[in-house]
Design a protein around this ligand. Structure first.
Ligand SMILES: Cc1ncc(COP(=O)(O)O)c(C=O)c1O
Length: 445
């Protein structure tokens, strides 16, 4: 063995010894032994886990993750650790989680159908599910919809069903994690997956203009879940269709709250949902559980066969199906217009106030409003400061946003009081004096 190889070998064995020592130490710390202990120790070595655990430990005082809510009222006051404060961390945007009509519909359905209908819909379903799908389609002005138990499961089932061997799947780099995970399954099935950033006419034209044999799907968020922003969907749809593809919009955060009659960002920008596939959430604005995709009856037949999470997974339970129908009653009544009016008045009040404070605001096109902080520890400290002053907002840090792209993420709900919004603004103004936060970027000319 030459001298160079010997040095390399020595280095490698030293690394192995260090790793084994660290593993043993971790195992001792975690108090587990055997296969589960080994597995835990191995996972704890992963970079993302190490980083998350390090911040959890280092910022124990300000971390505010996995908070336990002890009580809640109809105006978004919650009790945490015996203290009452306003929460701006709920994506039940219309406040329907507190609505007695939904609660009663759930109780009635539980009595009639039981708490769960106990099998994949590929075997059996209940009429309430068909009713909910028809009601959603009527509200959105589309031919049909297909319900899944969550948006994550809808994406994981639908995206690989739409793009397989020989197809091109283009995903916005800023799209929700569930789209990226679904894209990995599609890639495993043989689709060519490309990430695009920024997702716009120019970058898409370059990608979609390349020669390909199969079909093409472009998958994006409607409302971005962290920034509350909306992509230029009209241009994206046009360029996608010009190249023979179809646009897939995960509008989880737009459902029920954005655009005319709350039909979401895609319906608002494109005028109709006839030429796209739109996935909506039934948990956020709807305050129920599940998701749906817009489709035609013919496509629905195919999706029911091709979406693995539909075939091999369970259904949305009857109480939630009944609650979804109760929400559709509200969405088809003048009351919804009033709720939207109030929600948008509160959004406007908060965004104007934040802009006036000179903070770096993003969003405002939806109930998601974020203030850019940047540094992870500073983001956690600023969130804790607000918490201590009576307002819970989400400190969004890596991996939800890029490293040092920390945000204070606020979710406005129709059942927030004006006093809660004004109180939060006052607290943000006071907070600004205590922390060195980035100010609003100068408007480029
Ligand atoms: C754009 C987007 N897609 C999917 C999800 C996940 O939704 P679900 O909780 O229904 O799986 C979220 C959750 O915030 C989201 O923002």
């Amino acid at each position: 063995m030459d001298a160079e190889s010997k040095t390399l070998n020595d280095d490698a064995s030293e690394v192995a010894v260090r790793q084994a020592r660290r593993k043993r130490r971790r195992r001792e710390q975690q108090g587990t032994d055997g296969a589960v202990g080994d597995l835990t120790a191995r996972l704890a070595e992963e970079r993302t886990i190490r980083l998350a655990l390090m911040f959890k430990e280092r910022c124990a005082e300000t971390h505010l993750k996995e908070l336990v809510i002890e009580a809640a009222d109809d105006e978004r006051r919650v009790t945490v650790g015996g203290r009452q404060l306003y929460t701006f961390g709920s994506d039940s945007f219309l406040g329907l989680d507190r609505d007695p009509r939904l609660q009663q519909a759930m109780a009635r359905a539980a009595r009639a159908h039981g708490t769960h209908n106990g099998a994949s819909r590929a075997f059996t379903t209940i009429e309430l599910c068909g009713e909910a799908e028809r009601r959603l389609a009527r509200w959105l002005g589309v031919q049909d919809t297909l319900i899944f138990p969550s948006v994550t499961l809808a994406n994981a089932g639908l995206i690989p069903a739409l793009a397989g061997t020989g197809d091109l799947l283009v995903v916005d780099r800023l799209a929700h994690d569930s789209i990226h995970q679904a894209a990995k399954i599609a890639a495993g099935n043989g689709a060519r997956v490309e990430q695009v950033y920024p997702c716009c006419e120019e970058t898409l034209t370059k990608l979609l203009g390349q020669q390909r044999l199969g079909g093409c799907v472009v998958a994006v968020d409607g409302v971005n879940s962290m920034y509350g922003t909306v992509l230029p969907l009209r241009e994206i749809d046009e360029v996608t269709r010009r190249h023979g593809g179809i646009l897939y919009v995960d509008d989880a955060h737009g459902t029920g709250v954005v655009g005319t009659r709350g039909r979401g960002a895609a319906a608002e920008v494109l005028g109709s949902l006839g030429n796209v596939l739109m996935v909506g959430s039934l948990s956020k604005g709807f305050s129920c559980m599940g998701a749906f995709v817009t489709c035609t009856p013919e496509l629905k037949q195919i999706l029911k066969i091709k979406s693995n999470t539909f075939v091999f997974g369970g259904p949305v339970p009857p109480p939630y199906l009944a609650a979804i129908c109760a929400v559709c009653d509200i969405l088809e009544s003048p009351e919804h217009e009033q709720m939207l009016k109030r929600l948008h008045m509160l959004i406007e009040r908060l965004t104007t106030g934040i802009s006036d404070l000179g903070l770096h605001l993003v969003g405002g096109e939806s109930p998601i409003i974020s203030v850019v902080v940047g540094d992870i520890e500073l983001t956690l400290e600023a969130g804790k400061w607000l918490f201590d002053h009576g307002y819970y907002v989400q400190s969004a840090t890596f991996p939800a946003v890029p490293i040092n792209g920390g945000l204070l993420r606020m979710l406005v709900n129709a059942n927030h009081s004006v006093e809660a919004i004004d109180g939060l603004l006052e607290a943000l103004g006071e907070m600004k004096r205590h922390f060195d936060l980035p100010s609003r970027p100068a408007v480029s000319r």
